[in-house]
Structure formats: structure tokens, C-alpha cells
Ligand binder design. Structure first.
Ligand SMILES: [Zn+2]
Length: 676
């Protein structure tokens, strides 16, 4: 008995250990084997199964409620966060033992974090000592049904978290299987903040993967058989993605958590670009200098801006609460040839997705189509060929051309050009400047350049694109135009947001036949929306409005028809807005109304009775209407009869009507009859 026991033990050790370490174990075994093997009876081996639940404390709601937050996550620990199950975690049931604890069952947690372990992967039943101590080791490793996601250290070791050890409490000899209640395995109880956060990282990378599956209908990401490798806790120097590998710093905070959805976008695009190897990716990384810090506003080579803009767009698709933030990110744009700006590319992608998807609710459908376009246009394998090929996609312009070829959805640079009321942040396009019985000028943004359609009799129309109006240097406009004309039809002003995000003005003294100013910026303010403009009948009092980077509406004023600016720029009150402004003014230039859409999607109103010197109202909400567009407003020459229009969240056009300068509303929101 003794000899047999010793032999068996040694054989196990010999199989498990290297010869060099063998001698040490033999010495220890020799001492212990006396006690172990002289035991009177062999342990009772019984079939067991273990049940329990793996949980972590999820900051998801907090980052949802505060998108863009850079707050600390306090080592992924807060009593305010809900405790939720950790799905898809790999759980090994182990029996405490020496020199190592054998794995006796394995499996994955379900959607609620529950596990029920009965057997090993080879199908053999879990068997353990009836007097043994059992525990589970939870690993951030999702290999079901394929090697999908794992979160590991820089050395490639998957994070693992041990439960407390439990025995079989109620041994019932009549039962064929004994149950071990592991109970709750709570990552919050891990002392090491990196280990605690490994559950948070794992949950959110898997969540991103699930959104990829849902949005695209594709079970696997491109490249590496769909595997997402996550290297976590390696340092304190930011995050980046290296082909299939997302790298996340040790000091994991709320912004890092949101950035998982950005990095996941890199994971999608890098492997769509270079599905077969890292070689082509490395070529791009060197060519476009991917590895550097950025705040999104820098003018960079367009391959870099494309990669980062796509990733940020991906973030906004997966986390809709980030979309309003993305739409108002600061920064101008590049020329689209040599250079681009990351934030601008992200904004354009979201705008394009809304256009192709038929509105804000169609972003996910457009994302599917966008990913299809990426995957359909991979780059060639070899680095040398890569450099000279037009594939893969390395600019927004290139992407939009390929996507349009696949889907016939064209990118329109300033909202929907066919609609007088556009959703999103920009000015309605076209802009109409009209006088009673005089020339009507309709100014439009066509491919970034302004052109004019005019009529003197309202029946015959002339389309022209005056060279002066066409271009601002070699660039183009980021917004639709705003146009304003004096009552004699002569003093015509056109405004647009230039590539530098400043508002620029063109001026014609003869109703658009010749242009005396084209173009001059108004002050130094930079804007996140297109402009709005209002002019008095005599052409002297000229007001321009735009939404600043703080989302307030800012005001510029000229008392001499734009020759000089007495105000440029001053904010109107403290209101912040999710649309461009619109303005309407009485003929005498005194009664000035300004409107915008607030974060609550209501229209808000400001009013000045003294030509903008002081604001009697700033700001007041207009009823309960909820809108998906910027407002559009018109006022009669008396400044009293006022109408405001907007696209409701039912996609119908609604209007409000006042005959006393908005003191009261005789109609406060009614639907326009359907057009036919
Ligand atoms: Zn990035």
C-alpha cells in the first residue's frame, strides 16, 4: 500500500515537472508521503457540480449619463454602480491540492454571469474528494465558440481571479452528484485595481463585439479569425491598437472605458485594411505615423485623420450618447488631399451615416454598409505594393467614393441639400434672400462651394456660380450658406463657415452681379455651426450668429452694412444648443428674434427690442415640441408677425405662429399639411 502510493505520486510528479526541478520535489514528497500515504483509507471520490455567479460593478450607466467624462474610475470601484453578472467568462473548477490544484470542470458564464460546472471540455464528469475544498478560477478569456476575446497582461497571461474555497456541505450518499455552492464571485473584492478592472475591460470589449455582431450581422471581425487580443495593465501611456491587439494602460479611467469603443473601431478597420497579416498594417502605421498623441483637432496626413476619424465614428455608433458630442467636437478640416483633421472626418462619417441611413435612427444600418465597404476594399498583402495601390481606403474622400459606388448613397457636405430644413447642426441649405417684388437669390452649397440661383420676376431663373462666391482660397465651406439682402435688393451678403471654422462674408452692392468682398472673416471667433444672418431694410444693420465651441450662440453686429463690426463676438446669455441658430428681424432693425434647439430638443428663443444691444428674453423654451432639425423662422417687416418651423421627431414639419412678436402664440406647434 505504501509503496504503491509513493509510486503513483512520483509518477504524477515526473509527468508534470521538468527533470531539473524533480530532485527538489522528490525530497519534499519523501517527507510528506509518510503522512499522506499512511492514511488508512483512500478518499471518497464523488461526482460533483459547482454553481455560482461571477459579478463586477459596472460603470456603464455612469459613462452613459456623462459621455465624454474623463473622471477617475477609482480602480473600478464605486458603491454607486450596479452589480451585474460578467457574461462569457471562462470558469475553471479546481480542487485544492498539492503541488497544484487540478482542474476538474470548466465552462463559461451565461448572460447573467451564472455558471454551472459539471464536466471538463473532454466530456468527462467532474469528480472530486468528498472532503475536498473547491474553488473556481475565473479567466477573462472568451473562446466560445471561437477564440473571440481575451484580456491578458503584457506577458500574455490571461487575468484570473480565484473564488473562496468551499466544500460539499450536505453530503447525501443517495444523490448521484454532489453540489458545491461557490456563491458569488465578485471582482470588486480583488485587492489589485488592475485585476478588478480586468473584468470591466473584458465586459466592455465583449459588449463592443456584440454590437459589431448586431450592427453588421457578421459573426467575426476580419483578421486573425475574429480574435480580439486585449493587452491590459502594461503601463500608464495611453491606449492604442496594433492590428488585432487593443492595448490599454494600467491607469484605467472613464475616458479609457469609452475609448474601448474607439479602439474597437481601429480593430475593425485595421484588419479590414490588412486581413491577412500585420505586414500591411505596419506599412500603414509607418507611412501615416499612427503612433502619436492627438487631441483630434490637428491637421495631419489624411491616412492618419482617416484612421482616427473612423475610430471615433465607431465610438459614436456603439455609444449613441456620444453622438451629440462628436457632432460638436472642435477643430477645422484639412484639404482632403494632403491632409485632414480627425474630428472633421468623424463628423463627416456620422453625417454621411445619417444621410445614407435616412436620418439619425439609420446610423446603425449605415454602419453595416460602411463596414461592408471597408471589408470589400482590403489592401494588398505586400508592403511595397501597398504603398502604390489605391487600396485600402485611407481618406474620407476615397471611402465616400467607394461607398457611393457600392450603394449609390452620395455624401452631401452640408446636410440634405434638397430640404429647406435639415437635421443636425448646420444651416438650412439652400438659404433664400428675397425682397418683395425684387430679386430672389437662393444660395446653395454645392460640393463645398456656393452657387446662386436668382430670379427678378419669380418666373425665369438664372443659375450662376460667380467665381467670387465659388471658393474661399482653394478650400471650401464646412456649412451651408446664410444670405441676407436689403429691401432694395442691392446689398447682398453671403456667409459661410470656412475651413478654419471662422465665419466668412462675401458682399455684393448690386444684388450679386459683382462682388466687392469675397471673402473676409468676421473677427477671430471659431464656430461649430453654420451662420445665421439678419439685415435691416436699409441694409445698414447687419447681424450674424453662430454656435461657438462652447455651444452658446455668439453674435456679431455691424451698423454700417458690414464695413466695420461693432460687436464680434459676444455670447447671447448662457443657453447652449444642439443646432445652428436662426434669426429674423423687423425691417427697422430693432426687433430681433433668435432661435435654436436646446439639448432637450425643444426650440428656445431670444429676443432683443433694441437691435441686439440688450436681450429682453434669453432664453425661453417654446412649448413642448421636440425637434430633430434646427429651427427656421420668418418675420413680417413689423417684427411682430412671426412664424417658426421645424422638423418634429415624427419627421413632419411643425410650426408656431405669433402676431405679437412672440408675447403669445396663437399656434404653438401644429403640423403643416402634407405636401403633394
Ligand atoms: Zn485612435
Amino acid at each position: 500500500m505504501e509503496a504503491d502510493c509513493m509510486w503513483t505520486t512520483l509518477r504524477k510528479i515526473m509527468a508534470a515537472r521538468t527533470p531539473i526541478r524533480f530532485a527538489r520535489y522528490v525530497a519534499v514528497i519523501a517527507m510528506l508521503s509518510v503522512g499522506v500515504c499512511l492514511a488508512p483509507a483512500r478518499a471518497d471520490q464523488v461526482k460533483i457540480h459547482a454553481v455560482g455567479r461571477v459579478v463586477f460593478h459596472d460603470p456603464d450607466q455612469e459613462i452613459h449619463d456623462h459621455p465624454g467624462t474623463m473622471a477617475s474610475l477609482n480602480g473600478c470601484r464605486s458603491p454607486n454602480w450596479p452589480i451585474v453578472g460578467l457574461p462569457g467568462a471562462y470558469v475553471q473548477l479546481r480542487e485544492e491540492g498539492w503541488p497544484s490544484s487540478p482542474v476538474i470542470a470548466e465552462g463559461w458564464t451565461d448572460q447573467d454571469g451564472n455558471f454551472d460546472l459539471k464536466k471538463l471540455a473532454d466530456g468527462s464528469a467532474a469528480v472530486g474528494d468528498v472532503n475536498g475544498k473547491f474553488y473556481v478560477q475565473v479567466r477573462t478569456q472568451d473562446t466560445q465558440p471561437f477564440n473571440r476575446v481575451d484580456v491578458h497582461t503584457f506577458d500574455g497571461v490571461t487575468y484570473k481571479f480565484d473564488s473562496t474555497h468551499r466544500g460539499i456541505h450536505h453530503f447525501d450518499k443517495s444523490s448521484p452528484v454532489q453540489t458545491v455552492h461557490i456563491d458569488v464571485v465578485d471582482f470588486d473584492s480583488a485587492d489589485d485595481p488592475v485585476l478588478r478592472c480586468s473584468a470591466t475591460v473584458y465586459a466592455h470589449v465583449r459588449k463592443a463585439y456584440g454590437l459589431y455582431n448586431t450592427n453588421t450581422g457578421r459573426p467575426r471581425l476580419p483578421g486573425d479569425n475574429g480574435h480580439v487580443s486585449v493587452t491590459f495593465g502594461w503601463g500608464t501611456n495611453g491606449m492604442w491598437t496594433y492590428w488585432n491587439d487593443i492595448r490599454i494602460e494600467r491607469s484605467f479611467d472613464a475616458w479609457d472605458l469609452q475609448s474601448i469603443y474607439h479602439e474597437f473601431g481601429h480593430r475593425v478597420a485595421f484588419t479590414a485594411d490588412s486581413p491577412d497579416s500585420t505586414l500591411a498594417f505596419l506599412d500603414d502605421a509607418a507611412r501615416f505615423n499612427y503612433a502619436r498623441s492627438h487631441d483630434g483637432t490637428e491637421v495631419r496626413n489624411r491616412g492618419y485623420a482617416w484612421a482616427e476619424g473612423w475610430a471615433d465614428f465607431n465610438h459614436a455608433v456603439y455609444r449613441p450618447e456620444y453622438r451629440p458630442i462628436l457632432k460638436t467636437l472642435p477643430g477645422g478640416s484639412g484639404n482632403g488631399v494632403d491632409n485632414d483633421v480627425e474630428n472633421d472626418i468623424a463628423r463627416k462619417l456620422l453625417q454621411y451615416a445619417e444621410q445614407c441611413g435616412g436620418g439619425p435612427s439609420g446610423v446603425e444600418a449605415a454602419y453595416k454598409s460602411f463596414v461592408d465597404t471597408l471589408i470589400a476594399n482590403p489592401g494588398p498583402e505586400l508592403a511595397a505594393a501597398h504603398r502604390t495601390s489605391d487600396k485600402p481606403i485611407h481618406s474620407f474622400e476615397h471611402f465616400a467614393a467607394l461607398h457611393q459606388a457600392r450603394t449609390s448613397c452620395a455624401f452631401v457636405s452640408s446636410g440634405s441639400a434638397s430640404s429647406p430644413i435639415v437635421s443636425g447642426n448646420d444651416r438650412p441649405d439652400p438659404s433664400i434672400a428675397s425682397v418683395q417684388g425684387g430679386t430672389v437669390s437662393i444660395v446653395r452649397n454645392v460640393g463645398g462651394h456656393f452657387s446662386r440661383i436668382s430670379s427678378t420676376d419669380g418666373q425665369s431663373w438664372t443659375v450662376d456660380a460667380p467665381a467670387a462666391l465659388q471658393a474661399l482660397d482653394a478650400g471650401s465651406f464646412l456649412s451651408g450658406p446664410a444670405a441676407a439682402v436689403s429691401s432694395n435688393g442691392k446689398s447682398l451678403h453671403v456667409f459661410g463657415r470656412g475651413q478654419d471654422s471662422r465665419i466668412w462674408r462675401a458682399y455684393s452692392a448690386d444684388g450679386g452681379n459683382s462682388w466687392q468682398v469675397a471673402w473676409a472673416p468676421i473677427g477671430d471667433g471659431t464656430f461649430t455651426s453654420g451662420p445665421a444672418a439678419a439685415i435691416s431694410a436699409d441694409g445698414k444693420h447687419l447681424h450674424v450668429f453662430g454656435r461657438g465651441v462652447d455651444n452658446k450662440f455668439w453674435h456679431a453686429y455691424s451698423s454700417d452694412g458690414g464695413n466695420s463690426w461693432q460687436v464680434a463676438w459676444v455670447p447671447i446669455g448662457d443657453g447652449v444648443f444642439t443646432s445652428a441658430p436662426t434669426a429674423a428681424m423687423s425691417a427697422d432693425g430693432k426687433k430681433l428674434h433668435v432661435f435654436g434647439r436646446g439639448a432637450d430638443n425643444k426650440f428656445w428663443r431670444a429676443y432683443s427690442g433694441d437691435g441686439g444691444a440688450t436681450w429682453a428674453v434669453a432664453w425661453s423654451a417654446m412649448g413642448e415640441g421636440s425637434f430633430i432639425s434646427a429651427p427656421t423662422a420668418v418675420v413680417a417687416p413689423d417684427g411682430q408677425h412671426l412664424r417658426v418651423f421645424g422638423l418634429g421627431n415624427d419627421s413632419n414639419i411643425w410650426y408656431a405662429d405669433s402676431v405679437d412678436g412672440a408675447s403669445t402664440w396663437r399656434v404653438e406647434w401644429a403640423q403643416l399639411p402634407a405636401a403633394h
